[in-house]
Design a protein around this ligand. Structure first.
Ligand code: SF4
Ligand code: SF4
Length: 476
């Protein structure tokens, strides 16, 4: 364990660590653009310059620790060179922060104010480059903002392995460009480069000029797109910045989804499906309880459901593999003794979707089948002989395959033709409206929190199960 001094503080480094890693582990901040803990070392931005007594200035990201070295991260020499590097990096940068989506979370903006703060020294016109270069249907590139840190190219070479990006030309006309025959649009992890880009050069089309990041708040959640259960942040409008007139839908919609770093599950990455959770959660909702397709009050629907349960001789439940651990426990507690329960597959791969790979994406497109399977067996192709009542919880059930003549109670959150075909239909809440946990295929439990209010009419499945077991007043 080599011991080094950083700014006079003793630091126990590990063998093989770089000075940058040792400093960060000791809580000493050293600025970087190109360095990233999950990518190879490029050493091209020179922002992590430090001074080593007796050796002068060098980059900390590529300097192995050696016993007894004395590192200064903020000496006058380091400060002067950092300032010079920022002058150099911004030489041809448009500094168009006022229209840049990265403003508010841009390292260049932050470092400029922390370590430079001066206007450009250059008297020459800036070198112009491509704006709005179309990298894929999801991502635009602004070459004028690019500082050529090469995080994006290294990501496609080392993590997603699509090899989709490279550098074209040299000097001040160098540009990031797609590699021929390797379309970035076919990389299901491509949007990670938007997060990785330390400046606003890579822009998400979904998010482009929609809002400013300081109007948004992240809520921790879990992607339900497959059994990996990546932890994510769902970004939505802050209460104090609610839009009153222009577009109130912004107050209740997902602005963007980013990874919530989690070494036990997904590291710092998610796939593009996780970015597109609005496509799942913002489908048209079912808001009214129904009896045979006709809207009724919730109490009337529950009363009828209880009557069907009481009269059934062989009731079967198809349990959702999108239900949370708490909902599964509530089902087991209130109705487990009444129904013969099986686990239903709620979601299957969509056409064109990557089924599985060795990075994150799993073939099972349900977030909590592991927890449901710990309680019940998978649903058979044909339900047991004599089944006369089926409680269907969640999506993915082929109503045409249910036993002929069996009565159906259906819990679903979204508008669907099957809602009207059930004897009793009960509208339920979705993940973004409640608190809960999923257990992924490796047994890791992750928490999701509510970001939005329940819409009128939707009820938590936990409350519905309780009310189905015994008459109790339920508020929609
Ligand atoms: S586009 Fe962004 S991530 Fe890629 S090289 Fe330029 S600054 Fe770095
Ligand atoms: S790998 Fe699975 S859980 Fe992770 S973001 Fe993609 S779809 Fe969601």
């Amino acid at each position: 364990m080599p011991e080094i001094l950083i700014n006079g503080q003793k630091v126990e480094a590990s063998a093989g660590q770089t000075v940058l890693e040792a400093a960060r582990a000791a809580g000493i901040f050293v600025p970087t653009f190109c360095w990233h803990p999950q990518l190879s070392t490029a050493g091209n931005c020179r922002m992590c310059l430090v001074e080593v007594e007796g050796r002068g200035l060098d980059i900390a990201c590529n300097m192995p620790v050696s016993a007894g070295m004395h590192v200064l991260t903020d000496s006058p020499d380091v400060q002067a060179h950092r300032k010079a590097m920022l002058q150099f990096i911004t030489l041809n940068h448009p500094v168009d922060c006022g229209i840049c989506d990265k403003a508010g979370e841009c390292s260049l903006q932050d470092y400029h104010y922390a370590y430079n703060g001066e206007p450009s020294l250059s008297v020459d016109p800036k070198v112009r480059s491509t704006k709005y270069y179309n990298l894929s249907s999801r991502i635009l590139l602004d070459n004028e903002r690019c500082i050529l840190c090469l995080r994006c190219t290294r990501f496609t070479h080392e993590v997603s392995k699509s090899m989709a990006l490279g550098v074209e030309s040299r000097g001040d006309v160098s540009v990031i460009r797609p590699v021929a025959d390797r379309p970035l649009g076919e990389d299901p992890y491509s949007d990670n480069i938007v997060d990785l880009c330390p400046v606003g050069a890579l822009q998400s089309r979904q998010f482009l000029h929609k809002t400013r990041v300081w109007y948004l708040k992240p809520t921790p959640s879990v992607c339900p797109g497959c059994e990996r259960g990546c932890t994510v942040q769902i970004w939505h409008r802050r209460a104090e910045w609610r839009v009153q007139a222009l577009d109130p839908a912004q107050n209740t919609s997902i602005a963007r989804v980013t990874p919530l770093e989690n070494p036990a599950v997904n590291g710092p990455w998610i796939c593009n499906k996780g970015r597109d959770l609005a496509r799942i959660f913002e489908r048209t909702r079912a808001a009214e309880p129904m009896l045979g397709g006709a809207p009724v009050e919730l109490e009337a629907a529950l009363e009828k459901a209880r009557e069907l349960i009481g009269a059934a001789r062989r009731p079967v439940a198809l349990v959702s593999s999108w239900g949370s651990n708490e909902e599964l426990a509530a089902f087991q507690r209130h109705l487990g003794a009444v129904f013969t329960a099986f686990v239903k597959c709620d979601a299957r791969p969509e056409p064109g979707e990557r089924i599985e790979d060795d990075l994150l994406i799993r073939a099972d497109k349900n977030p909590n089948r592991a927890a449901a399977r710990a309680l019940y067996a998978d649903a058979p192709a044909t339900l047991p002989e004599g089944t006369d009542l089926v409680l269907v919880w969640g999506e993915g059930c082929d109503f045409g395959a249910l036993p002929r003549g069996a009565r159906v109670i259906f819990l679903n959150a979204y508008l669907a033709p099957e809602n009207g075909h059930a004897d009793v239909f009960l509208p339920s809440t979705i993940q973004t409206e409640r608190h809960g946990h999923y257990t992924n295929f490796q047994g890791v439990v992750s928490e999701f929190q509510p970001c939005f209010d329940r819409p009128a009419g939707a009820v938590d499945a936990e409350a519905l199960f309780k009310a189905l077991a015994a008459p109790a007043r339920v508020h929609a």
